[in-house]
Design a protein around this ligand. Structure first.
Ligand code: FE2
Length: 324
């Protein structure tokens, strides 16, 4: 036996190793108790965490369900939920003039590929709207294959109202010559306004309609569009990209400007639109009245990129304008 492992004699003849081992045994017992206590602590902690973990589990499940619902809504519901936004505005004039407002209906950013249920619903709403003037503010199609659908859509629009159209960026980027876009619109009775201004009657009043070229794809020219323009009772400005409003090339003073392009952000949960196309500038959707010309930015009808809309439903804009 190794003497180093045996008891160590003390001066009084007792042995220390036994006490140490006994002490060590007690320590181990204490350690065992500590571990038992530790286990109890863990059980207690686990019990305390259980409700929290339950909440996390429920939150995860709810999040998953909400995410699936969010995605399903974004792909299958909101893109087809056409919303009419109605507005009444009056520019200075007589009370009598306001008895016969001009009804302007704006159709923007159709991104038309085919006539589906959204387009059918839009056509129904257009027929019901009893518009005096329908304005198409660009991005009607974004590929050559869209031309037959555009032709059909314009043929099925109500025949009575005056029509005016301007190009958006996709009229330039669709691989269809700009003149062909113009021809399709003209074939269905629309005025094609590219840096051009026309005057149309409305009762005993005269309305100027100015359309500018697109900011992203074309060459907007406010001075060229307004050259020689005489004063009228009202002035409507049509632009595709709202950012043009803040640039010299878009510096046309009018009673109202109508724009599109942004799709309201297209994915705008809770009204927050983190991504908008170049040319949107500081604009998302709705009225902007901070400058000389109040501007309404439509969310448009179709989609670009992914066929998804969240918090930015398709919009048909109807404005009753009492022109003084
Ligand atoms: Fe656009």
């Amino acid at each position: 036996m190794d003497p180093r492992s045996g008891p160590i004699p003390r001066a009084d003849g007792s042995v220390t190793g036994t006490e140490d081992r006994v002490a060590g045994t007690e320590d181990r017992v204490a350690g065992t108790e500590d571990r038992v206590a530790g286990t109890e602590d863990r059980v207690a902690i686990h019990r305390r965490l259980l409700p929290r973990r339950g909440w996390l589990r429920r939150a995860t499940i709810l999040g998953g369900v909400a995410g699936a619902g969010f995605t399903a809504d974004g792909f299958a519901i909101t893109p087809y939920r056409l919303v009419e936004s109605r507005h009444e505005i009056a520019t200075p004039g007589t009370g009598a003039a306001r008895k016969a407002p001009l009804r302007v209906v704006q159709v923007s950013d159709l991104h038309l590929h085919a006539i589906g249920r959204l387009q059918r619903h839009l056509l129904e709403r257009l027929h019901d709207a009893r518009a005096d003037l329908i304005v198409f503010t660009g991005d009607m199609i974004d590929r050559p294959e869209g031309r037959p659908a555009l032709d059909t859509f314009l043929a099925e629009c109500p025949p009575g109202p005056r029509r005016v159209a301007i190009p958006g960026n996709w009229e330039y980027w669709s691989n269809v010559p700009l003149e062909e876009h113009a021809r399709i619109h003209r074939r269905h009775g629309a005025e094609w306004l590219v840096n051009r201004s026309i005057v149309v009657p409305h009762g005993d009043r005269r309305l100027r309609i100015t359309g500018l070229d697109d900011l992203m794809g074309g060459h907007p020219d406010a001075d060229g569009a307004m050259a020689g323009a005489e004063p009228t009772d009202g002035h409507l400005l049509l632009i595709h990209c709202p950012a043009l409003r803040d640039l010299p090339a878009g510096a046309v003073t009018a009673d109202i400007a109508l724009a599109g392009h942004t799709h309201g952000g297209q994915v705008a949960p809770l009204g927050f639109a983190p991504v908008r196309p170049p040319g949107s500038g500081r604009y998302v959707a709705g009225w902007y009245r901070d400058g000389a010309t109040p501007m309404y930015v439509s969310r448009g009808i179709g989609t670009s990129g992914l066929p998804i809309r969240v918090g930015a439903a398709p919009e048909l804009v109807i404005i009753d304008w009492s022109i003084g």
